[in-house]
Design a protein around this ligand. Structure first.
Ligand code: HEM
Length: 396
């Protein structure tokens, strides 16, 4: 049997590797070899991905021997207190329930005007500055960081610290030790913030959690610190990359960008379609079987790793007709870009509000926006766990 190394390189920056599409079309479930030599099963079909992500016999505990870690950096996730991402039940649901009320659709909607304010403010600044501008540093990162700083009431002045440590932890090219050092710095910073807020609480997420759960002994400062770490990192990196890469895709489809400029009501559909089409969690979602499981007839033995390749599952023709096409008017709901099952993205309501406000503000206010360099000159984030662009020079 030939050894398939995963992930393969992309041929087109806007599509998953052709080989993975070929696997889906062929209907097979191959074993692939990954960077640490383990050989997880690769599930590419939409229905299979949903089983992998919702069957409790698949564990998210990255400390288990043989776990198909997505990169050396992912190994650092077990070096501090655990986050929700690596917990199994019953712990996972117990801790997720403690923070759930902070992440409702209602809460996210209440932040909509604030998010719009951030987008408008940074668009104003970009328009007053030199052309071309880098949309990543001028808009996407500042807006996404402002939102997460607002949510947690962590100081916006420390945004470069949050960004740089998150960047290190999200690189697929650094060692476990380098990622662990960045994680520890962030964790120490947030634990000390938790301690301060516990002593002198205000009306913010960390204070509420510290009073409700740390003071009562339901959560340690370390666990709350790790929860905040997950929110700071998962919360801004994904959103910023969806903003920048999503803008690029819209600019590559000028008719759809113009439609969005004319009608802000199109932003909700555009956001879902961009999430589906781009599925920036590009290395798949990984699990390890703790018992023997059959995934739609395919046997997986206890101890074997699995990858749900959500980027290609989100283009499965059995679920999305002409899945490779980008069309903001299609029904893209039920995509797997936010995952599925108990770990499905906690911040998805907020992410939707952010992306909808961002795309509609940008298209509405800068309808003449265009890229300032050919696509071939843009550096895509193939070296990161979360896909996107490193820079996006734009003009108007
Ligand atoms: C989980 C994607 C934005 C917080 C996840 C997962 C995915 C994902 C795929 C599941 C991972 C797994 O099953 O192992 C995204 C994308 C986003 C986004 C594409 C933006 C467009 C956010 C935001 C926040 C956030 C804005 C916080 C404010 C979380 C948390 C989890 C999570 C806490 C872990 C949930 C759990 O394990 O129970 N996200 N996310 N995400 N996300 Fe997001």
């Amino acid at each position: 049997m030939t050894d398939l190394f995963y992930p393969m390189a992309r041929q087109c920056p806007f599509a998953p590797p052709r080989e993975v599409a070929g696997i889906q079309a062929g209907g097979g479930v191959p074993r692939v070899t990954i960077w640490n030599g383990t050989r997880p099963w690769l599930f590419t079909r939409y229905d299979d991905a949903r089983v992998v992500l919702s069957d409790p016999r698949f564990s998210s505990d990255k400390g288990r021997p043989g776990y198909p870690l997505s990169s050396p950096a992912a190994g650092s996730e077990v070096t501090t207190d655990p986050t929700l991402l690596i917990m199994d039940n019953p712990d996972h649901d117990h801790y997720r329930r403690l923070v759930l009320s902070e992440f409702t659709v209602k809460r996210a909607e209440a932040l909509r005007p604030v998010v719009r304010g951030f987008a408008d403010h940074h668009i104003d600044r970009m328009l007053q500055g030199p052309r071309p501008a880098d949309l990543v540093t001028a808009l996407a990162l500042p807006v996404a960081l402002a939102v997460i700083c607002e949510l947690l009431e962590v100081p916006y002045e420390d945004r470069e610290f949050f960004r740089s440590r998150t960047h290190t932890m999200g690189s697929v090219e650094v060692t476990t030790e380098t990622a662990a050092a960045a994680r520890k710095e962030l964790q120490d910073y947030l634990v000390s913030l938790v301690e301060t807020r516990e002593r002198r609480p205000g009306d913010d997420f960390i204070s509420r959690m510290a009073v409700r759960h740390v003071r009562t002994g339901t959560m340690t400062t370390g666990l709350l610190g790790a929860m905040c770490l997950l929110l700071v990192t998962a919360g801004h990196d994904t959103a910023a990359n969806m903003m920048a890469l999503g803008t690029l895709v819209l600019l590559e489809h000028p008719d759809q960008f113009a439609a969005l400029a004319r009608d802000p009501g199109a932003a909700a559909g555009a956001t879902e379609e961009l999430l589906r089409h781009l599925t920036i969690v590009q290395r798949g979602i990984r699990r390890i079987a703790i018992e023997d499981v059959e995934v739609n007839g395919h046997p997986v033995r206890a101890g074997e790793g699995v990858i749900a390749a959500i980027n290609i599952a989100n283009r499965d023709p059995a679920k999305f007709t002409s899945g490779d096409d980008f069309d903001i008017t299609r029904d893209s709901r039920h995509h797997l870009a936010f995952g599925y099952g108990i770990h499905q993205c906690l911040g998805q309501a907020l992410a939707r509000v952010e992306l909808q406000e961002f795309y509609s503000a940008l298209a509405g206010r800068v309808p003449t926006l265009r890229t300032a360099v050919p696509v071939e000159e843009i550096r895509f984030r193939s070296d990161m766990a979360v896909y996107g662009v490193h820079q996006l020079p734009v003009t108007w």
